[in-house]
Design a protein. Structure first.
Length: 498
């Protein structure tokens, strides 16, 4: 690559660069990690600086591993770290070497032929696709990285007039690049190359190509898409500033993804975080329960103890309490608009069942049904909301949410589930399709329960807009914004013992 002021293989400025530039780069990197919610403090930053001093700058992979060890606390933070690292410690700047060589070769040919015409975009696209298919078949990571740079340079530029390279004059788009290159359509070509390579090596190799390699090729294509996205971000950072791009273009960690905007892959990643999060919350809840067992100071026992220390109450005695584990009732909207939120919450509560003496789950769209047994028996736990919709009577003659009708049916048929030790969690966005909100039923539930909390996955700025009845419900019970897994975990950890 064209590398001033960085080394061609470097992870940061060349060894002759001033230390202040490297310090500024490291502090900018740390700020970007904090912006995305990673708990990086001064101690971790000092450790990262020490890592750079010890490892040097020659081996970029080693620098990446060392900084990750110094700055990260969990595997779930690695995606954010890697994306930000590639921005602040890029492999180089400017056009990739392959692009520069191709441009020089094309210029030489044009001069020899006295034909200044640019290369045909269709021919360039087919050449890149052919080389990409060969690299995917060989699983050549270095060739794939070079092709990602060439593809972005050829097809990723947008918004510039007259080829201007001044900052802010355009950008680079991974989406545009991948749309032109269409790597997914190379699957058949790559499989054909793999089958041809398997010929002559017996039926086992051919069976492997037919049975297992399609998934492997899809994984390689997905890795190439990630390389294109990284290259596009790097080039955009040169135009618009590294910290600006790091703030807007780096995907958040799984626990900070909004439930209502999460895609299929992000929801799958969220489900994988359920059990680690549940273990953490269970440990925190058990510790709070132990602390709650210490009641007020027992004056008589404290004075008796003080006799052995000359009347000084060095060891105060407490009246021990035995707080019971709380009962929990979940009332969940499982309509399509909030299905991801309900899925994750149900999985989290299932994973924490031991922290509650009793858990009962009710689901609704516009009718209410108890689904506790449905969730506790065997079966695929990956999508509880979908399972409830297919096996429980939660919708009537239409499929739209009706909170008023659902709350009224719960108060009429299931109010015995709520008692003085019960915490009720209502999960939903409170969008009632302009129907009666059913406030009397909610007041009746709140009067019987110890506590009622409404968990709303929408941001507060949207409460009361359109068909949202959130302000009316918030006047009766506590309403909390739980937009992502982090907010939800913090709330569940605060549920007090009875």
């Amino acid at each position: 690559m064209s590398v001033p002021p960085q080394a061609a293989d470097g992870a940061a400025p060349a060894p002759g660069a001033p230390p202040a530039d490297l310090a500024a780069r490291l502090t900018g990197f740390v700020r970007a990690l904090r912006t995305h919610g990673l708990p990086v403090g001064p101690a971790e930053t000092v450790d990262a600086a020490a890592v750079l001093e010890v490892l040097g700058l020659a081996d970029r992979a080693q620098v990446r591993a060392g900084l990750a060890a110094a700055l990260l606390r969990s595997d779930g933070q690695r995606g954010v770290f890697d994306a930000a690292f590639d921005l602040f410690f890029p492999l180089g700047v400017g056009d990739p070497q392959a692009v520069r060589r191709a441009a020089a070769t094309a210029a030489g040919h044009a001069q020899a032929a006295q034909d200044p015409a640019p290369p045909d975009p269709a021919a360039l696209r087919e050449d890149l696709r052919a080389r990409l298919a060969a690299a995917l078949a060989a699983d050549d990571r270095a060739a794939l990285a070079r092709l990602a740079g060439e593809a972005v340079a050829a097809f990723g530029r947008y918004g510039t007039a007259g080829g201007s390279d001044r900052p802010g004059s355009g950008g680079w788009s991974a989406h545009q690049t991948l749309g032109r290159l269409a790597p997914e359509t190379l699957l058949a070509r790559v499989l054909a190359a793999l089958r041809a390579g398997a010929d002559g090596r017996g039926p086992t190799a051919a069976d492997l190509a037919d049975g297992l390699l399609p998934d492997e090729v899809r994984r390689r294509i997905q890795d190439f898409r990630a390389l294109v996205a990284t290259e596009a971000r790097r080039r955009a950072a040169e135009l618009r500033g590294t910290e600006h791009v790091a703030e807007r273009a780096v995907a958040p960690s799984a626990d900070r993804i909004d439930f209502l905007t999460a895609g299929h892959d992000q929801l799958a990643e969220l489900r994988r975080t359920v059990h680690p999060l549940a273990r953490k919350l269970a440990t925190r809840t058990a510790a709070r329960r132990r602390r709650a067992a210490r009641g007020q100071i027992d004056l008589r026992r404290t004075l008796r103890r003080s006799l052995s220390t000359g009347g000084v109450p060095l060891r105060p005695a407490h009246r021990l309490r035995r707080p019971a584990r709380p009962e929990l009732v979940l009332l969940c909207d499982v309509s399509g608009s909030v299905a991801g939120f309900s899925d994750f919450t149900l999985l989290l509560v299932q994973a924490m069942r031991d922290q509650f003496s009793k858990v009962r789950v009710f689901a609704f769209v516009n009718r209410t049904a108890e689904v506790t047994a449905l969730l506790t028996r065997g079966g695929d736990p990956a999508a509880p909301a979908r399972r409830i919709l297919t096996e429980a009577a939660v919708a009537g003659h239409h499929g739209n949410s009706d909170y008023g009708a659902a709350l009224a049916e719960f108060a009429d048929r299931h109010l015995d589930a709520v008692g003085p030790r019960t915490s009720v969690l209502i999960l939903g966005d409170a969008r009632n399709n302009h129907r009666d909100p059913g406030l009397p039923a909610l007041r009746l539930i709140a009067a019987r329960a110890r506590r009622v909390h409404w968990l709303n996955p929408e941001q507060p700025a949207l409460w009361g807009t359109g068909d949202s009845a959130a302000p009316a419900y918030a006047a009766v019970v506590e309403m909390h914004c739980c937009r992502n897994a982090r907010r939800l975990g913090e709330f569940i950890a605060r549920l007090p013992p009875v």
